[in-house]
Design a protein around this ligand. Structure first.
Ligand SMILES: [Zn+2]
Length: 414
């Protein structure tokens, strides 16, 4: 039986439908996943906050039970979309899906919310009529503008959406990829959609798919920035308040299981595709206590297995480093207790992170060049979602000996 967490307050109501909830997982107190520190001592002293997820019994929306102040979360946002062949292929698949279904074409005017340095827009530019990005991080929006991707440096909400309509006209497609869950109140952002989207326009929300997260034991998708974990049913519940509905879905394996939800206004002439009903049926069948309990069992067994593997390798005198100092890595290393004594270094290509330390565990972040000069016996793939690409990158440096440990869905040594 799943019981309420012993050390937290009474479980909250669902933020969206006010339904009752049950606890899914408690990862204990965790540092902010993107809060890399300047020294190992600062990593040890990094502030930690409760990280636990609850699920609504009514609309099945998974959500954080405790929220961290947004000013703490986003004051130093340094995530830059990587230049990745896997990601470019993914953009191509989304574009093809949307054009094959008649949702996107050469006449489409496109707005991307949380556009970062504009990689998606850069990809779409030759295929659509116009592009515009919006991102609250000033430094990142500047980089986008300098590379020729028009980007507004501000938050997206009702007011800014209205301003976009006045200055640039309405758009036919609004993309919001992997940031719709980054806001404590989805209604603040979503109130902007009707202001700027044309009557027959599409809203394209992309997010980790909650069913995949649970089914594959990907607990490291859970961190303080991710306030919600969506499925078709819960997204539909949120869109209902806007007079919108999901009309199609594109499911992909990228990032450990991703769903692209395509929504339109209720008055639109497009009926929902058969895929929508299929996924809703599947979600209904899986929304059971046994399904969520299995998630906990899988995590516990993977954790035991991975920790004993690292201990065994260490006893044999082998070196283990990690690869990818992403937010996921912070969660995984902290929850598994893989501190710098066990994993001294973690490789990352992001220049602004190099020389810094993972909060909580103090693993030092090093560059790919530095790693190539001193390769370990094993890499723990903390960015398992870029597995194939990392193995190719490491092998391309002439390193044919380092082996790779994959943490999910089962512990695997490659
Ligand atoms: Zn709910």
């Amino acid at each position: 039986m799943i019981e309420a967490f012993p050390d937290t307050e009474a479980v909250h109501q669902c933020c969206i439908c006010k339904g009752s909830t049950f606890p899914l997982i408690d990862l204990g107190r965790q540092p902010l996943a993107n809060g890399v520190t300047a020294s190992a001592a600062a990593a040890d002293a990094a502030p930690a906050f409760p990280l636990d997820v609850i699920v609504c019994r009514e609309c099945s929306l998974a959500q954080l039970n405790h929220r961290v102040d947004e000013n703490l979360l986003y004051s130093e946002y340094n995530y830059i979309t990587p230049d990745s062949s896997d990601l470019t292929r993914h953009y191509g698949q989304i574009k093809d899906f949307l054009s094959n279904c008649g949702f996107l074409g050469s006449e489409s005017r496109v707005l991307d919310i949380g556009s970062n340095i504009g990689r998606l827009l850069e990809y779409l530019k030759p295929h659509v009529a116009s592009i515009l990005g919006i991102d609250p991080a000033q430094n990142i929006a500047r980089m986008a503008n300098e590379s020729g991707i028009p980007t507004l440096a501000t938050f997206f909400n009702k007011t800014t959406a209205r301003k976009i309509r006045e200055e640039h006209g309405e758009v036919d497609a609004v993309f919001i990829r992997h940031c719709f869950a980054h806001n404590p109140d989805p209604s603040v952002m979503s109130a902007g959609f009707p202001e700027v989207l044309s009557k027959e326009g599409i809203l394209v929300i992309e997010n980790a798919y909650f069913l995949d997260t649970v089914e594959r034991g990907e607990f490291d998708q859970i961190y303080h920035e991710h306030m919600y974990y969506y499925n078709v049913r819960s997204i539909s519940r949120i869109l209902k308040n806007l007079g919108m509905r999901v009309v199609d879905l594109y499911h992909s394996d990228v990032h450990g299981g991703t769903m692209v939800f395509v929504a339109k206004f209720n008055g639109s002439s497009t009926p929902p595709s058969a895929r929508v009903a299929e996924f809703l049926e599947k979600e209904k069948a899986m929304h059971t206590e046994a399904f969520y309990e299995d998630f906990l069992t899988r995590i516990a067994s993977n954790r035991t297995e991975l920790i004993s593997l690292v201990n065994q390798l260490q006893a044999e005198g082998k070196t283990v480093h990690a690869y990818g100092a992403s937010a996921k890595a912070t969660v995984l290393l902290n929850y598994y207790g893989l501190t710098r004594e066990k994993i001294p270094c973690i490789v990352d290509s992001t220049i602004t992170k190099q020389g810094k330390f993972v909060p909580g565990t103090g693993n030092q972040i090093i560059s790919e060049e530095e790693a190539a000069g001193n390769p370990p016996d094993y890499y723990l793939l903390t960015i398992w979602n870029y597995k194939d690409e990392i193995i190719r990158t490491v092998r391309a440096t002439g390193n044919s000996t380092t082996r790779f440990i994959v943490p999910h869905p089962a512990v695997e040594v490659l």
